[in-house]
Design a protein around this ligand. Sequence first.
Ligand code: NAD
Length: 489
Amino acid sequence: MNENYRRLAVRNPRTGADDYEIQAPGAASLAATAGRLRSAQKAWSRAGIEHRASVLRDWSAALLARPEPLLDALSTDTGRFLLARSEVNALGGMVAGYSALGRQLLADSPGRDSVTPGVFIRSQLVPYPLVGVISPWNFPFLLSTLDAIPALLAGAAVMVKPSEVTPRFVAPLMDSIARFPELAGVFHVFAGDGASGAALLDQVDAVCFTGSVRTGRSVGEHCAQRFIPSFLELGGKDPAIVLPGADPEQAASIVLRASVQGTGQACQSLERVYVPEQEHDAFVEALLRQAAQVRLNWPDMHQGHVGPLIFAPQAEIIASHLRDAVERGAVIRHGGQIESHGGGLWLLPTVVTGVNHTMLLMREETFGPVIPVMPYRDLDEAVALANDSDYGLSAAVIGDESLAQEIALRMEAGAISINDGALTTEVFDAEKNAFRLSGLGASRMGPSGLLRFLRRKALLIQRGRARDIAMLDESLAAAGPAASAVGER
Ligand code: NAD
């Protein structure tokens, strides 16, 4: 093996065995790849949006026509099948949606007169030549492509480094890209660890990072030192407010799904639930009844609702949050025990009552299928509790739609699902910004999701009298404001 690579073992989340290996590239190898991508990017950028959209459409259609190798690898990475399939299937819509948007946003504009007399303005959009994407282990394929696709459509070349915890999908993905040489020239996905991610930061012109606040802070600091933009999508502790009068069965069903999806290993999982104190018991009863129906996807991956914990150390974080809550007076009403089956780690939906904001469970990202429920006296208190967090990624409000919109206005979070939960997993065309520690930079969704990869260059075309040295003559001031100097109109 080339000394520029390091071997890393990869754990299987269903068996606990290290049954895969990656070779993480070092800085020299990354620099060589970056150089190759930069050269090809020039023609890619010149080729225009229509051509780029057609290359991406052909590639994604070919991949989706024969998704098995990718799907097998991704479901082994994550220990679940249905969500792996949704991640892969999302590619078609993503390519089509961003291509349509790209045609609109990159269309030639005729220009306009400036408010400065005589000057005509046109603009040119210039992509960052090379965009780096660093993604986490919870939705490995989706979060590796969500930023890469609009960046490629914008005309950039892209290097993606997924998490070392879930890297099996990289090989089949690269196989599919290799069948489209033009795309392979500008799109490279490689397996590597944190050190490879850090090395990537020195090779690129803009960075999309999805991951923890801790790593995001260091990525942001590094990019600031290099004066390159970083778009940071970080953790969350999403609250749900159940409004007075909401149907408890419906509210419980929304909360259960949005807390348990992906085994709660999702940034936009509902991790805190606030219900009116008079309706607390009816809601908890409905939640317990529904939670009792939920099954682990063990021993058969194709049965049940809840997959294994993907990242083994997460089990100890979840257990420590539960221990801390119980020590401070909380009661676990369902679930609560990390279960070991066949070497993998699982947790049933865990419903906790008697919680308060001194507990880790209500303050820090748990990243498991844990649902703490807390009563509130009135809506002012509900909003104050929801906003009492270091995070501000997203949130949910359940109940009367117009009241929910009023409450949403007061909530400090970037996306509020109303009468559903965690809709940002599926809805990619609504712009949103993270609040507080949940992220920084332009929205990854909607038009800004593509425009953020372009710098706007202004062409200031003088069609009147060009500025000349006579305009700097001090004596012009005595002649009155009409005898204009530079900068005056
Ligand atoms: P992580 O921060 O540990 O790792 C994320 C990625 O960063 C990995 O690819 C890792 O190899 C890489 N990395 C590690 N150190 C690095 C460094 N010094 N420089 C550059 N890259 C480095 O996060 P994780 O545990 O993989 O993911 C879980 C976190 O991701 C949770 O906090 C979750 O909320 C967050 N997340 C956020 C969103 C969002 O859209 N806001 C979506 C999914 C996950």
